[in-house]
Design a protein around this ligand. Structure first.
Ligand SMILES: NC(=O)c1ccc[n+]([C@@H]2O[C@H](COP(=O)([O-])OP(=O)(O)OC[C@H]3O[C@@H](n4cnc5c(N)ncnc54)[C@H](O)[C@@H]3O)[C@@H](O)[C@H]2O)c1
Length: 438
């Protein structure tokens, strides 16, 4: 029984939310927070705003709201800032993204217009389908990192912020694997000065944030902070980090369904997933190099959940294919199809078909809010490095080198809630429950 919990610093003062990339997800998130603050809409999908947590025995009937159980920043204390390669303010970007209906966007227009992007650190080598002119120039990548830091410090000063969190909502960069420049902080800093191509723009933002002691989350599948050099910096500066790639849409459904199939020991011979998507994200992912980054992130999920090495009869050699097709008429309203070939008792085959007509940014926005609030909480608890308890939010959760990632959404949720119980000195819940029948 844990009694004491952790000393948690109070959530006093304003929390700055730094967003590299002010596109569909960011603007849907900001507009949503502003609409919730005005009482125009509900924060549906957000665990921090609507979720509860059971404490103690079932007979105790103690089920507070999570936001009353742990000290989280209040929505009224959030201040937004960000960078983009386009000059559009958040109102213009939200209209362009076309996710939200006009009356809602108009209702929060002044708040959205007030968020004007700072020039981005960008290079189209890393995102082939985009060209923008609202971009920084500098003598080398270290200089660009210094400029990001200057933006952050000015934003902090002007808005009298007490804390900050950075969350990557920029486009998906090309597929990269950890290389020599990523192996240590010293090598990384040398590479920044040498303009090494191994340093992608997202890494420059992450470096700037961590160097200033600001927690960093990665909403895209890019490598970004998932390299030894930046984890070294996070640990050195006592900063929490998490990622990668928001778990929404088709992968969310996959991690709901696959644990169920495994729980019932139903076999899988194939899982074919295809999507049509017409927003800017879809356009970027139409480039094979950016798609490769996304594909890796989407494919690993089933392998880890189904554990073919433990269940060879059920899951050896299942065929798994994921496709994303850019189809402009759909905008942000994605359609994702899954055809799942399973088999049961005596090997008899069956099929499951899913047609998910989802809204990508509507699913992602509450995750952005939760990740920001929980990372800020982690920072105030003195937690540093990878925050595996936030795997719940990601398609490719970051994890310690000696582990494998946990993808099962229900285990992830239990882990998240048990972490909150641990922080507050409450008993962890095991679901054993034998004592009720003694
Ligand atoms: N919507 C979802 O459900 C979901 C789920 C998982 C991951 N993601 C990822 O989240 C990210 C954002 O998605 P979105 O739908 O908002 O895309 P989007 O294209 O609407 O927005 C991305 C924005 O980032 C900007 N950008 C690109 N590179 C930048 C840089 N180096 N610095 C600053 N800005 C930069 C672009 O100009 C664009 O405005 C994408 O990487 C996407 O793959 C989204």
């Amino acid at each position: 029984m844990l009694k004491k919990g952790i000393q948690i610093k109070p959530a006093e003062g304003k929390l700055g939310v730094l967003l590299p990339g002010l596109g569909a997800v960011s603007t849907t998130f900001i507009a949503g927070v502003e609409a919730v603050k005005k009482g125009l809409a509900s924060p549906i999908g957000s665990l921090t705003q609507m979720g509860t947590i059971r404490l103690g025995k079932r007979t105790e009937h103690r089920v507070p709201l999570i936001r009353e159980f742990v000290p989280l920043a209040d929505l009224t204390d959030l201040v937004f800032g960000g960078w983009d390669i386009f000059q559009d303010n958040c109102y213009e970007a939200a209209v362009h993204a076309g996710v939200l209906e006009k009356p809602l966007v108009e209702a929060v227009r002044p708040e959205l217009e007030a968020v004007k992007p700072w020039p981005a650190v960008f290079d189209s080598y890393y995102v082939k389908r985009l060209q923008g002119n609202h971009v920084k120039t500098g003598k080398n990548k270290m200089d660009l990192a210094e400029q990001i830091k200057a933006d952050i410090l000015a934003f902090k000063k002007v808005n009298s912020l007490s804390r900050l969190v950075m969350i990557w909502c920029g486009s998906t960069e090309i597929f990269m694997q950890p290389g020599a420049a990523h192996q240590s902080l010293a090598a990384f800093e040398k590479a920044l000065r040498a303009d090494d191509p191994e340093i992608a723009p997202s890494m420059i933002y992450a470096y700037a944030a961590l160097a200033l002691g600001i927690p960093f989350a990665n909403g895209a599948p890019n490598l970004t902070v998932d390299i030894p050099a930046l984890l070294e910096l996070a640990n050195k500066n006592g900063v929490p980090v998490c990622g990668k790639d928001y778990k929404t849409g088709q992968t969310l459904l996959k991690t709901l369904l696959a644990p169920g199939l495994k729980a019932r020991l139903l076999g899988l011979s194939g899982w074919f997933s295809t999507n049509i998507l017409g927003n800017r994200d879809g356009e970027v992912l139409d480039d094979p190099e950016s798609f490769k980054t996304k594909e890796e992130s989407k494919l690993s999920v089933l392998e880890y959940i189904l554990q073919p090495h433990l269940y060879p009869t059920l899951y050896n050699n299942f065929y798994h294919k994921v496709r994303i097709n850019y189809y402009p008429p759909r905008g942000d309203n994605k359609e994702g199809w899954d055809n799942i070939d399973i088999f049961g008792w005596l090997g008899y085959p069956m099929q499951i078909k899913i047609d998910f007509l989802c809204r990508d940014s509507i699913l992602a926005a509450p995750l952005v809010l939760d990740i920001v609030l929980f990372l800020d909480l982690a920072q105030r608890c003195g937690m540093r490095g990878i925050q595996e308890w936030l795997s719940f939010y990601f398609k490719s959760p970051m994890y310690a080198p000696e582990l494998y990632p946990e993808h099962d959404l229900f285990i992830q949720l239990m882990k998240l809630k048990n972490t909150l119980r641990y922080l507050r000195g409450e008993e962890l819940i095991t679901h054993l429950g034998l004592e009720y029948y003694d």
